[in-house]
Every structure is written in structure tokens, then in C-alpha cells.
Design a protein around this ligand. Structure first.
Ligand SMILES: *Cc1c(COP(=O)(O)O)cnc(C)c1O
Length: 392
């Protein structure tokens, strides 16, 4: 029998997995204002498997509670034109733009929805700037759950429309994402509703680990390098968690070199990697999904980047937009700017990498989610024609 518990990533204390347990009650007492979260919990398993565990055996919610929708199981493929041009024959894309709602966030929403089903919970609330909201709205709709979303007024329109299409109740908040986050927590406590706030609900890290488990199964081994676009650090934390689970089971014997890719104007984790200190920044980048002033999983991922010899790389907005255009035009993969950042980070670091290395670029979100940014690197047809002669 395998037993799942929450375990504090700082003090190691264990707790039962319950809907209202979000942080370690002891370590979160040391929370400081404008700093990453203290007392991040992760899911830990105890006991022995009598057979090679399947992916669903490694999740803390039984398979029968998951909605019957295509989440995860995304393809891993070599972008041949790029791999040939740059002479990196083992360069892969893990294409999570092909999830149900078009982003990797579905992996977290999927697990949270299954947990809600198991616990008999009817409503989930989430504060988000975009993809976490549209993801929870879509996955929640398929699971028959009521979804309430707190969005800052500045949220990108396409992502808001997507949430409304799925039938979520959208509450607009005057102020920043942080204000929306606080109000959503107040709401979850007042009305006893499950919170899916990213980085805060431990199941968000746990759900995202499945991307690492899949990559291992698809390659038949762990990659040498993996590029992960990073804002709050939940995806990064999830990727580490997946590979750490595999190591704990004796399936792999080392953790890949993981590279956190951040936008130059939203690089709090990179700064802390270099200085050891988290300083809140006024985040500014074209890549809205990785635009974060105070990365909520900051301490949690910094520890792992250090322990497993990870790296950080920052990319400018114009490098992100160039990478976006190139991925579209050479690989046929249209990604939103945050997702293009993986490729931009790889382009920046490629001279330091061995040519024969197995490298995975994580593509986290679909390009149609942010048309305004995508417009910046294309030219519109000059005028309408009425006959082919007009082309000359
Ligand atoms: C949320 C998101 C990210 C960043 O994930 P974090 O967990 O905040 O680091 C990157 N790309 C896309 C498309 C996202 O939606």
C-alpha cells in the first residue's frame, strides 16, 4: 500500500492531505511581506510498489476521480528544421500547447478537479492573470464543477473570454494580481471553497510533475538538459518533483540539468540565484504568463536549482518574439511568448551545450492566447486585392 501525505519542503513535517491544508502551519509563520511563500508543501509517498508503477500510481488521487478529458499525454518531437540547422540532432519539444485548454496549467487543474471530486467539493476558486483561470474553467467545466475566478482588470482579453466561454463566474478585481490573490483566499475561507491558487495549493506542483514523468517514458531515459519558462516557479518545481520521484524509485540515477528561463524584465528567481536574496520587482515583459514580481515558489525552487546544479538564463522581449516567430515559421509550432522563452533561452545558451546532448524545450502555451503580442513580429498584407494582377 502506498500512502500519500503532504510534507513541508522546509522542516519535513508531514500532514494529512485535506482541502484546507495549503502551507506548513509552522514554517508559514516565518512569512515576510513581499517575499516568496514559506512552508511550501509537497506530496510525499511512503511504501513500496510491487511492480513498476504507472504514472497514475504516483498521483495522490485515484484514477477514477479524474474527468475523462485529454490532459497530458502530449507529444515529444524533434523540430527537424531547427535541429538540422543548429546541428543538435537530439533537440526535442515537449508540446504542452496541445492540452485541453491550450496550456500546461491543465495538468494542475486536472489533479485539483479530481481531488475536488473525491472530496465531494462542488466549487473551486482561483486568482489568475490568465492561463490558470482559463485552464481551471475548462477542466472544471468538463468535471461538472463550479469555477469562480478572480482576475485583475489588466488580464489579457483572450484568456478572460476563454474562461467565460467555459462558463466560469469571472470576478474582476480593481488592482493587481496580488489583490486578486488575497480576495480569492478570503472568498475561499468565507464560503469554504477549494482554492487552486498556483504555488499555494500543493496539488498544483504535484499535477505539473506529470510532464517530467511523461518525458522520461517517451525518451526511455531522462534528458540531459531541459529548458523551462519560469514565473512563479510552479512548473519548474513540478518538473523537479517528477524527476525526483523517479530517482526516489530508483528508475533514474541523476536529475537532468534544468534551466529556468526568465524574461529580462521579470527575473526575480535569476536575481536570487545570483545574489541569494529575493527583491520584489516591477515585472514588465511581453510574456504575460511569466510576468511575476514576487515568485511565490521562489525559495522552494531556488533550493533545488542549487542542489541539482540547475541554471538560470534571462532573455529580452525581442529575443522572445524572434524565438516565437522562428518556432512558428520553422517548426510549425505557434506558441505564446512565455512558451517561446524556452527556445529563446536555448538559443542563448546553445554554445555551452554538447551537440549530442538530449535537450527538451518545454512549450507551455498556445500562441492564439495572446494575439496582441504575436502581431508584433508579423507584417500585415498592405491592402486588399480584387484581381491577381494587383499582386504586381
Ligand atoms: C503559468 C505559465 C508559465 C510559468 O509557470 P510558473 O509556474 O509561474 O513559473 C509559463 N508559460 C505558460 C504558458 C504559463 O501559463
Amino acid at each position: 500500500m502506498i500512502d500519500f501525505k503532504y510534507q513541508c519542503s522546509e522542516c519535513g513535517r508531514k500532514y494529512k492531505i485535506t482541502p484546507d491544508r495549503m502551507l506548513c502551519p509552522e514554517c508559514s509563520k516565518r512569512q515576510e511581506q513581499d517575499k516568496p511563500l514559506r512552508g511550501i508543501l509537497e506530496v510525499a509517498f511512503d511504501g513500496h510498489f510491487h511492480h513498476q508503477p504507472k504514472m497514475s500510481d504516483l498521483l495522490p488521487v485515484e484514477k477514477k476521480y479524474f474527468p475523462k478529458i485529454p490532459v497530458g499525454g502530449t507529444s515529444l518531437w524533434i523540430p527537424a528544421n531547427i535541429a538540422d540547422d543548429l546541428s543538435f540532432p537530439n533537440l526535442y519539444i515537449k508540446d504542452d500547447t496541445h492540452n485541453l485548454t491550450g496550456s500546461l496549467k491543465d495538468r494542475a487543474s486536472y489533479l485539483v478537479a479530481a481531488f475536488a471530486k473525491r472530496e465531494g467539493i462542488r466549487e473551486i476558486v482561483v486568482a489568475s492573470t490568465g492561463n490558470a483561470a482559463s485552464s481551471m474553467a475548462g477542466v472544471g467545466a468538463a468535471a461538472g464543477l463550479n469555477i469562480t475566478i478572480f482576475l485583475p482588470e489588466s488580464a489579457p482579453r483572450a484568456k478572460m473570454i476563454q474562461s467565460l466561454q467555459y462558463g466560469a463566474r469571472v470576478i474582476m478585481v480593481a488592482g493587481s494580481y496580488d489583490r486578486a490573490f488575497d480576495l480569492s483566499l478570503e472568498y475561499s475561507r468565507k464560503y469554504h471553497v477549494l482554492s487552486r491558487n498556483t504555488a499555494f495549493n500543493p496539488l498544483t506542483i504535484e499535477g505539473k510533475k506529470t510532464v517530467a514523468l511523461e518525458i522520461y517514458h517517451q525518451l526511455g531515459k531522462a534528458p540531459d538538459y531541459m529548458f523551462v519558462p519560469t514565473g512563479d516557479g510552479v512548473i519548474l518545481g513540478g518538473v523537479y518533483k517528477g524527476f525526483r520521484d523517479l530517482m526516489k524509485l530508483g528508475i533514474i540515477d541523476r536529475i537532468p540539468t534544468i534551466i529556468a528561463v526568465q524574461a529580462e524584465g521579470s527575473n526575480a528567481i535569476t536575481q536570487a540565484f545570483e545574489t541569494g536574496v529575493f527583491t520584489p520587482i516591477d515585472a514588465q515583459t511581453v510574456a504575460d504568463s511569466i510576468s511575476v514580481g514576487i515568485p511565490r515558489n521562489g525559495y522552494y525552487v531556488l533550493k533545488q536549482l542549487k542542489k541539482y546544479d540547475g541554471k538560470c538564463v534571462t532573455v529580452f522581449d525581442d529575443e522572445i518574439l524572434t524565438a516565437q516567430k522562428e518556432l512558428s515559421a520553422k517548426a510549425g509550432l505557434f506558441t505564446e511568448p512565455a512558451a517561446s522563452a524556452s527556445y529563446a533561452g536555448f538559443l542563448k545558451m546553445k554554445d555551452e551545450l554538447p551537440k549530442d546532448a538530449t535537450i527538451v524545450l518545454l512549450a507551455t502555451g498556445n500562441g492564439l492566447k495572446d494575439i496582441d503580442s504575436a502581431q508584433k513580429s508579423v507584417e500585415f498584407p498592405a491592402k486588399a486585392i480584387s484581381a491577381l494582377e494587383d499582386l504586381e
